[in-house]
Design a protein around this ligand. Structure first.
Ligand SMILES: [Zn+2]
Length: 216
């Protein structure tokens, strides 16, 4: 049977895939015995084409965006963990060091005065500064009052626990009176017009008793 090569080649494809009829199979076989061209075509189709490398390459290309996404997700996860840890550490620190934080934002100094006569002479008040260090409060005495933090409101309070009114006056380190005598009843506050980071001498005059003065 003389069938044109074109048709045989179509049949060869089906022959290789094993989807042609027995009759077609015979025709192909018979034709290939006498036709080098078709036999070579058959051989070329029969050999496995190197599709593996191609597909591998495409697999890699196809994977790439997913790898990028995975990398980004990983970085997001890592940064989330780092931020969470940082917030946790800061919170833990604030809770632990709340005294320090409190002292920083609400600084306070105080004076404790014991007057054992009624002469009402002016006495120099030494200022105690509470310092919170290594979890222990310490009181440091100073000859001068210094509002040494911007968080001071520059207020002087005669505590409600004081045993009476107190007269105060404020001098500079040279001894000049800057704010002349003013009276503070127990439990009242005086807002003074003092400068930050400057030393002042505080003098008090009061009757016999114990007095607590707060500088905030
Ligand atoms: Zn042929």
């Amino acid at each position: 049977m003389d069938i044109p090569c074109e048709i045989v080649k179509d049949l060869i494809v089906m022959y290789i895939d094993d989807v042609c009829s027995e009759k077609s199979r015979e025709i192909v076989k018979e034709h290939m015995e006498g036709c080098t061209d078709c036999r070579e075509y058959y051989e070329s189709l029969k050999e496995p084409v190197e599709v593996k490398t191609i597909s591998d390459k495409y697999v890699e290309i196809a994977k790439e965006p997913f790898l990028k996404i995975r990398k980004r997700n990983f970085l997001n996860a890592v940064s989330a963990i780092v931020v969470t840890a940082a917030v946790f550490i800061v919170c833990a620190f604030v809770v632990q060091e709340v005294g320090v934080v409190n002292d920083f934002f609400f600084p306070k100094k105080s004076a404790y005065l014991v007057i054992d006569d009624n002469s009402r002479e002016w006495v120099r008040v030494s200022i105690e500064k509470q310092e919170y260090k290594d979890h222990i409060y310490t009181l440091n005495d100073s000859e001068y009052l210094s509002y040494d933090s911007v968080f001071f409101k520059k207020k002087i309070t005669n505590s409600a626990n004081s045993e009476g009114d107190i007269h105060l006056r404020i001098k500079n380190t040279e001894g000049d009176i800057l704010i002349d005598s003013f009276t503070l009843k127990s439990g009242t506050t005086y807002e003074c017009d003092l400068k930050l980071f400057e030393d002042y001498v505080i003098e008090a005059s009061a009757g016999e008793g114990r007095y607590f003065i707060n500088f905030s």
